[in-house]
Design a protein around this ligand. Structure first.
Ligand SMILES: [Zn+2]
Length: 250
């Protein structure tokens, strides 16, 4: 298909437009640039671009500030304005992807991204860390939207409220009648804590990370038998994961 005006590369189009009688001030209000701008969005952008080029080209006459870099202005705006209410803010949303998340004031963060703490998800929704921080050796499920929030000198793990509620519906659906028993859910969450302890794992950045180094306890009098040796810990994890899978009907 032959190229049309609006399929030409922007630089070529801007170059062509420089020959469109653009120096003629008497053409107003039917100046070629005004006519082009009224035709399509693409030609309006081209008319703007050629005007910018002309202002730069004749900067000595026009006194147009040649140092205006719109990319820098845009980036500055992105980093200093809440993307939702547009008020000045340098705070990043809690749910963000490696520092690239939106600039978001605290009020908009609450409104736009409903969330809850890990503690709340466990205590109020009958879930465990192994339910929430996936995938792990019990559940091969996607990672829930999460973020860490620095408050009172500590990092607090926050989870997306809709994600937690969807996970709750799924897990409790698998547990069936047992999910109606709050005592069972509490005991289940505590059992999962013990499995995590025997895995020598910790929750970090929304995942259960198993650490490879483990120092065997010197004073074994205060340690349960299953924690004392690598074999004991491995056997405990295998056996209790099997039980938990069975409870989920897996
Ligand atoms: Zn805001």
């Amino acid at each position: 298909m032959p190229p049309t005006l609006d399929t030409l590369p922007a630089e070529l189009l801007a170059h062509i437009l420089q020959y469109a009688d653009i120096y003629n001030p008497d053409a107003t209000p039917f100046h070629p640039l005004q006519c082009l701008a009224a035709t399509t969005h693409c030609l309006r952008d081209a008319a703007e671009e050629v005007s910018r080029l002309m202002l730069n080209k004749h900067a000595k006459l026009t006194k147009f500030p040649r140092t205006v870099i719109y990319r820098a202005k845009w980036l500055r705006w992105l980093n200093t304005s809440c993307w939702f209410c547009k008020k000045t803010s340098q705070r990043k949303a809690i749910f963000q992807d490696e520092e690239r998340g939106p600039t978001c004031c605290a009020k908009c963060d609450r409104a736009q991204f409903p969330k809850m703490t890990m503690t709340e998800a466990i205590a109020n929704h009958g879930l465990s860390k192994l339910d929430l921080f996936t995938p792990n050796r019990l559940l091969d499920l996607p990672t829930l939207t999460n973020g860490e929030y620095f408050v009172m000198g500590n990092f607090s793990t926050m989870l997306s409220k809709p994600d937690v509620l969807a996970r709750k519906a799924y897990i409790h659906g698998l547990l069936g009648e047992k999910a109606k028993d709050e005592g069972y859910l509490r005991r289940r969450a505590a059992a999962h804590e013990r499995i995590i302890k025997h895995m020598n794992a910790r929750v970090q950045h929304g995942r259960v990370h198993e650490r490879t180094s483990f120092i065997d306890p010197v004073d074994t009098s205060k340690t349960t038998a299953s924690m004392r040796t690598p074999e004991g810990r491995a056997n405990y994890v295998t056996e209790h994961l099997r039980r938990e899978r069975a409870a989920l009907g897996m």
